[in-house]
Design a protein around this ligand. Structure first.
Ligand SMILES: [Zn+2]
Length: 105
């Protein structure tokens, strides 16, 4: 008896007692836009202080974190320091670098 989310093209079921799914509910609530995907948002001006001045910023979006990690690595920064600057684990930095190598191959 579950119903589909009412947002066009959404294939998820509506959340209990709601007409839209959880993902769309959260996007509407946080950003007033059901189609916004937060991981794709980028604020290039937020990346510069991290990369150039080595100022920690743990509030970067997913995409910006990866960009900052790539640029820091290109400057020879150790993955442990990259992890600390952008607020992820060192393991995540290594995983991103491995993925980048795979995509390049
Ligand atoms: Zn939906």
């Amino acid at each position: 008896m579950s119903r589909r989310c009412r947002i066009p093209d959404c294939t998820r079921n509506a959340a209990p007692r709601r007409r839209i799914c959880w993902a769309h509910k959260n996007r509407l609530y946080r950003y007033q836009d059901p189609h916004l995907k937060v991981r794709n948002i980028t604020h290039p001006e937020d990346i510069r202080p991290v990369v150039e001045d080595r100022l920690p910023d743990h509030g970067l979006t997913f995409t910006d974190r990866r960009t900052a990690a790539r640029e820091l690595a290109a400057r020879g920064v150790h993955p442990a320091e990259i992890a600390e600057l952008i607020g992820v684990t060192e393991r995540t930095v290594y995983r991103w670098q491995a993925q980048a190598r795979q995509n390049a191959a």
